[in-house]
Design a protein around this ligand. Sequence first.
Ligand code: 0X9
Ligand code: ZN
Ligand code: ZN
Length: 305
Amino acid sequence: AHSYTKYNNWDKIQSWIASVSSSNSNLISKQVIGNTYQGRPMTVLKLGKKSSSTKPAIFMDCGIHAREWISTAFCQWFVKEALSTYGSDSQMTSLLDQMDVFVLPVFNIDGYDYTHKSNRMWRKTRSRRSGSSCIGTDPNRNFNAGWCTTGASSNPCSETFCGFKPESEIEVKNVADFIRRNKSIIKAYITIHSYSQLLLFPYSYTYALAADHRELLKVAEGASAALRSLYGTRYTSGPGAATIYPAAGGSDDWAYDLGVKYSYTFELRDTGRYGFLLPESQIKPTCEETMLAVKYIAAYVQKNL
Ligand code: 0X9
Ligand code: ZN
Ligand code: ZN
């Protein structure tokens, strides 16, 4: 059965998506934004109090990289917390009254399924193309933001293969199309990765500072402080290029250049002891502390609509 404190496989997440969205219909709805390369449905959950007028929104995805299981666990946790604290937590109530939160629980479903069935350390998608026997593209190098200029490889066998062209991956195209379609209402983009305990913001494709650098840094530092207040977990905040490494084609830089100002990449626990193999015993504390950071960013965005 599905559990919020376990790493659920895709079959369990898929049935969870169906049940969570049908049993809380005042606060949640679902929409398929397209299928993956292998034909699995990519479902976005929309959380928010129903309203007659169009509401501003936040978009959040998990599981761009297949092996980062704590990331996918966080999106499920966020949905649970949103539904169970609406009406009792004043911040969550006000957030979902005023805004919608779009959650894509697993971005790279084919890769995620592969990490459960064949290779726990798989990172990329599972697409094939004639001309190479190597499988998969790094979805976080396939967005159209300085595409393949730095920190990415044009070799299909590389772990950071940027793809044959920007948005060559159907999963990337589906998400980019959804965000473009909803560009006028999407005020923040949050993408969840692991590991390293970082809160990153644009740019990663260049060392140049974003036009909104000071504000993005201030909000990231506030969010990191909120996260740390629960269990003392330390996060480092900063622009991607200087804080982790230069790498082009990422979703955060793409969303920012499209006009979504509050664009953040989380790298969740830990700092390397377990790395991608974070024990299930850390799901609850990791998700609880991350909730505080995400809610901090959401509250800031809400206040500055
Ligand atoms: O390299 C990545 O895609 C991310 N790190 S991970 O270990 N999860 O693979 C960092 C992404 C930072 N943002 C961009 N490079 N745009
Ligand atoms: Zn990642
Ligand atoms: Zn909780």
